[in-house]
Write a protein of this length. Sequence first.
Length: 403
Amino acid sequence: MTATLGSSTGLPTSDADPFDHAVLEDPLPLQAALREAGPMVHLSRYDVYAMARYAEVHAALVDWQEFQSGAGVGLSNFRFEKPWRPPSLLLEADPPKHDAPRRVLTSVLSPRALRRLRDRWIADAEVLVDEVLSAGTEFDAVPVLTSAFPLRVFPDAVGLPQEGRENLLPYGDHAFNAFGPDNDLVARGAPRVAELSGWVASVCRREALAPEGFGASIWAASDRGEITPEQAPLIVRSLLTAGVDTTVHGLSAVLYAFATHPGQWERLREQPSLARVAFDEAVRWESPVQTFFRTATTDVRVGDHVVPDGSKILMFLGAANRDPRRWDDPDSFDLSRDPSGHVGFGMGIHQCAGQHVARLESEALLTALARRVRSIELAGPTARHLNNTLRSWESIPLRLHVD
Ligand code: OW7
């Protein structure tokens, strides 16, 4: 990065492109440079204001009055640009419109509502791990475990029809690319947008959803008048957009972390109840959702500087999660740390509504693996999957040693 001091205001400025392939491949150097440059940095290429330190990212996340989501949480400013799809009633909305959809989804995905899924998911993870291990102990963890497990349990929990489930990951991948600039990654997804969006819309309808499941629960809330029948399918759409790729990449992160930190796997083996901490530590360490934007609702003062009304603010969740001002030895994946307070699930009124679902998926898979696998190592070169928002893996070749 070239961080040169802006002449009149003293605001550091950078012409770096956070969405450049080289940066997406390894975002850590840019994150460190932006943190060092100051509490806020102007990114000249996109004319946006960037925050990469924990304190400022956290403050912006909890200040929904001055840093709104309703103008979009990507680079596109909905005040001036038409969104590529009808805005999310949760992610891309502010109070008061945000509140009823949020209340409903929070309740549908609450720890209490997940209790009936727990035993089934733990059994499903054991079956998957048994199947995988009986086929061999060397494999690519992404297709075989980290995408296979969410795809095995989540669509059923929503109540989706079987047909078309292969559309879930490509749809999510495009949605998360669309939060970034209109670059080659967005162009690559564009040809399938109409087809994928058509499928998603079709399965958000009440008639398409199973009589029990997260989808049916959302529709039931509309029967009780908690949301309108017009809102229900868009809230189901949030589940399908935010609930698959994110968990796949979170599971990839935690398995990669263990494959590269064998001592931590031994600790998990000794104390399987660490599975929950392990997942949150991996979400902190890898930050599957790297960035989100907000929009200034007025001229907002940040330190000695002012973000002009209507400007886009880019929050580097991944950089905040490795800010040495907040975390001891931030680059180490360490089960003895308390990762709570990380902003990998966001913070404040928009904090991830599906985090308990993600934690349960991870707990089920890690527990099943810990029961049978003595050690995990990389068996070849890994490959990243580039996305404008997500930090993810295309391939994690593993070799497991079983008892
Ligand atoms: C939605 C992880 C952020 C998201 C992401 C993408 C879409 C939505 C939510 O949460 O449609 O509400």
